[in-house]
Design a binder for this molecule. Structure first.
Ligand SMILES: [Zn+2]
Length: 229
């Protein structure tokens, strides 16, 4: 493992595995520039980096690659190691999302950043789908109280959750819009820009209300108790 900024998710000082390295053919001398093919353990993406290394350390570098997910920190092998291309992380991702949902919503925001409106809308719908499954499955004994279509179909699942007060009723309308526009994206494949941007805003609002705000409240309450202890 080496520590460097991730070129895929933009996180600073992340743990990465060195999958491969390559010395430029025109490199000579004792200090070499090597291209690094890395794998970020946080976002689980590959990215390219650049390292500066003493020629004498090359066998150790080779060993690090051969060992695969070597446990120790080998950052010291390099004089410097940086990502070659950095994709800035999307801004305004709601905090405290479950990992799987965060990954989906980050992809929705990235698609929008590259003007891939239909893909972005489809990913927003997927985030809504996963959120509703997550909420439903967190309810004790949910299987006894729901039908197969409540569990499997997004429309029915949302209806059940709102009917039983498991989601705030203030979100009902925007959940409906995200679901329907997401269906259009998947079936017609021509989501306009303005609609995709609304989808991202609405999904942000939904995820904040379901995950970010309750967790912030919980943490604030915990801090209060800690102070009184
Ligand atoms: Zn990363």
């Amino acid at each position: 493992m080496i520590i460097l900024d991730c070129g895929a998710c933009g996180r600073e000082q992340t743990s990465a595995d060195l999958l491969q390295f390559r010395i430029s053919p025109d490199e000579a001398g004792e200090i070499l520039q090597v291209k690094l093919f890395c794998y970020c353990r946080v976002c689980r993406s590959e990215f390219l980096g650049l390292g500066v290394v003493d020629k004498l350390k090359l066998p150790l570098l080779r060993k690090l690659v051969d060992d695969g997910q070597a446990k120790g920190d080998y950052t010291d092998l390099f004089f410097a190691a940086i990502p070659l291309y950095v994709r800035p992380p999307p801004k305004n991702v709601p905090e405290h999302l479950p990992n799987a949902i965060e990954k989906i919503f980050v992809e929705a925001l990235e698609c929008a950043a590259y003007s891939l409106w239909t893909a972005s809308a489809a990913m927003c719908r997927l985030a809504l789908d996963r959120m509703s499954k997550d909420v439903l499955e967190s309810i004790h004994g949910f299987e006894e109280h729901t039908t197969k279509s409540d569990r499997e179909r997004l429309a029915n699942r949302l209806e059940w959750l709102f009917e039983h007060d498991n989601l705030p009723s203030s979100l009902a309308e925007i959940c409906q819009i995200v679901r329907l526009n997401g269906n259009d994206a998947v079936h017609d494949g021509n989501t306009p820009e303005i609609e995709a941007k609304d989808m991202c805003d609405f999904t942000t609002e939904i995820l904040r209300s379901v995950y970010t705000e309750p967790e912030r409240r919980r943490m604030a309450i915990e801090r209060r108790y800690d102070r009184r202890r």
